[in-house]
Design a protein around this ligand. Structure first.
Ligand code: CDP
Length: 228
């Protein structure tokens, strides 16, 4: 879609855990030739660092000092957006259930959010950008040109995440996955700093009964409408 790719728009995609935000964001970024940023990967990378370095999440000093040593970057490797933590490829490790179990506690820490939100805002450049997360349309880019709020039935979300873990050869138990999604949704929606909530001007996308292509077509048609 050439015409759209010329416009440096910001598209924000927020929503619950495992509701297909990143899949949608990647497809749209490819179609529109936009930069894609997975903000959740950044919270996951910080969590991995904290776990590996035994950082006590309740100790503000430890958290503060640890954050100084964290550098997160993205590289396109064989067409895949890949997350690096201090120069190390951590794309697989950050997706494990171990990281998922702690990431929402880490993401509720204001010092962590301050640092990551500043980096996310600094990523805006000359090109269009699609960023997915929990607070993109409400806090990171409240003036985003287009905002989607993605949701889906919790059981369907858990089944999708379970399948994803299995296909990536990771050990997974459906009950653990269900518990983890409920746990993260609870923390993400109730934390004090930047809780997950629908922006007033967001387009709601409930993809419980959508295929990946149907979801993509829906989002693209909304983007076209908005630009007319
Ligand atoms: O892929 P999934 O939807 O399971 O999660 P994610 O996007 O990788 O995000 C992992 C966690 O990071 C979320 O459960 C939130 O706790 C946190 N997060 C956040 O607080 N703010 C964001 N903008 C993105 C993620």
């Amino acid at each position: 879609m050439e015409a759209l790719s010329q416009l440096p728009l910001v598209i924000a995609i927020d929503g619950y855990s495992s509701c297909g935000k990143s899949t949608l964001a990647k497809q749209l970024a490819k179609e529109l030739h936009y930069v894609f940023v997975d903000s959740g990967a950044m919270y996951r990378a910080v969590t991995l660092y904290f776990l590996e370095n035994n950082i006590d999440l309740g100790d503000g000093q430890q958290v503060f000092h640890a954050l100084v040593h964290i550098n997160i970057s993205f590289q396109n490797i064989s067409g895949e957006n890949t997350t690096f933590l201090n120069g190390r490829n951590v794309e697989t490790e950050i997706r494990t259930l171990k990281v998922s179990e702690t990431v929402s506690e880490v993401a509720a820490i204001s010092a962590v959010r301050r640092q990551l939100v500043a980096s996310q805002r600094a990523m805006i450049g000359k090109f269009g950008m699609i960023m997915d997360g929990r607070d993109i349309g409400t806090v990171v880019f409240p003036d985003a040109d287009i905002k989607f709020f993605v949701t889906a039935d919790p059981i369907i979300r858990a089944q999708r995440r379970f399948q994803e873990l299995i296909s990536n050869n990771q050990k997974a138990d459906l009950q653990d996955v269900i518990f983890n999604l409920q746990h993260r949704d609870h923390i993400d929606t109730t934390r004090k700093d930047s809780p997950l909530k629908q922006a007033d001007d967001a387009i709601v996308l409930d993809n419980s009964d959508f295929t990946i292509m149907e979801q993509f077509d829906f989002a693209l048609s909304k983007i076209r409408e908005k630009l007319q």
